[in-house]
Ligand binder design. Sequence first.
Ligand SMILES: Cc1cc2nc3c(=O)[nH]c(=O)nc-3n(C[C@H](O)[C@H](O)[C@H](O)COP(=O)(O)O)c2cc1C
Ligand code: SF4
Length: 492
Amino acid sequence: MASTPRSPVPLPTARWPSAEEAQASRLFAPGRLGPLATHERTWVPAMVPWRATAEGFVTPENLDWYGRFARGQPGVLVAEATGIRDIASGPLLRIGDDRFLDGMHRLVDRVRADSEGRTRFLLQLIDFLQVRRRPDPATYFARYWRPTREHGARLAAALADDAWRTASDADTRTLLAGAAPDVWEAVLTPREWRDLQHGYREEVGDTDLPHVAELPQVLPGLFADAAERARRAGFDGVELHFAHAYTMASFLSRTNDREDGYGGSRAGRVRLALEVLHAVRTRVGADYCVGTRFLGDDVIAGGSRVDDAAWYAVQFASSGMDFLSVSKGGRFEDAKQPRIGHAVYPYTGPSGHECMPTIRIDAAGPFGRNVPLAARIRRDVRAAGFETPVVTAGGLCTFDHAEGILARGEADYIASARQSLADPDWFLKMRQGDGATVRRCTFTNYCEGLDQMHKQVTCKLWDKLFDADDPTVACSDDGRRRLIAPDRNAGL
Ligand SMILES: Cc1cc2nc3c(=O)[nH]c(=O)nc-3n(C[C@H](O)[C@H](O)[C@H](O)COP(=O)(O)O)c2cc1C
Ligand code: SF4
């Protein structure tokens, strides 16, 4: 498991193939995702760039971002986690209403044109629950906290003063606002204590909240509506986001203790995911690509492990999922405490470090550390008689490593997020025997830090070629960074 910074692991040396070797490789051989044929086994997984409008519409910057990846002609490009509801979610794409279709159409046209039709373009569909910023204690006790008799009793015990049992709400709030943390911890419920320290966050087990209780009734329809819109917009398929910190992953997690038939046992935990898949499939038809990204391991204490994931994968495969993209961790439960006024970010704790591993994660390093999860899942899926392709990601950045994974049957597609961000042409360069010019990712997560701050995501390596006075280069809102990777041969 990941821990705090260690000495960095060196980047693996890379031997790049000739064009002829690439041509004959598994990596550049055609593949199939159910009804969807792909030109090769290369994959750029979802990455949120923070470039949509505040209302979730596609911007020219989104077009340039996806167009730039498309110029590198990956076999598959997955567009960022896109909200399926019609609710505000900051500058992240949304598809919760037909008014988003125009922009989505333009995005699809751009990727098709810029990849010369070689890249299959999928849309990742996401639902998430409410997360509030960490409050300052005065605001928390004045506005969010609800005093009860039990709180009064615990406060009286903590202060050894029975008068607090019957004190007014106003007096109790005022006292607690100025109290020491050990008093807060003694008086608050564990959940309230967490909300005060990390910010309020809804969980799938909060069935006392009507909108959380009815998620199983609401989500299949919302995912189906969104998938239908994606199809109308021209996307080649959808990826159901069942991974990381979000609603569907929380249903799948062993931590899901709902007692309404949608939690507890494995069958209960997978039930909503299968109902979502069924609703989506019924709506978009058998001839449309529908896959999922889910967790091979939650990493958090008490979460799902690869045994659960492999079991889910067989259920998904037998229910008609067209691909299984395996990720790891990225949960809220073990995230670092945010500063007051900031929201908890799910990639800051041990599970988050596993999701986007850096060269400091541990002695094993980030390079392919999630492959064993994909391999185990693929083995179980094949043993159950299904050919559903499995996608692996996490520190994959050299030809030999990628080709070895495919040759050993550990996965069917090779996904590279940060290496593709550092150099969107890297797959194409390898295919053309030009691997020596690949700009190699350093896996130090400058890009992830920008995501954490909700800033436009860029790569630190691009800025080596940044001239702020060049009017042809789009730059970030702060004027200090290139918004788009340099052209293929720039700076060579
Ligand atoms: C800036 C950034 C944004 C990301 N956004 C998403 C996302 O929207 N959906 C998702 O499933 N994963 C997201 N990821 C995770 C990546 O898809 C990938 O799983 C992870 O970075 C590990 O792969 P890599 O080592 O090839 O980068 C994001 C990663 C980064 C760096
Ligand atoms: S910012 Fe760093 S980790 Fe992110 S893509 Fe660039 S080199 Fe890789």
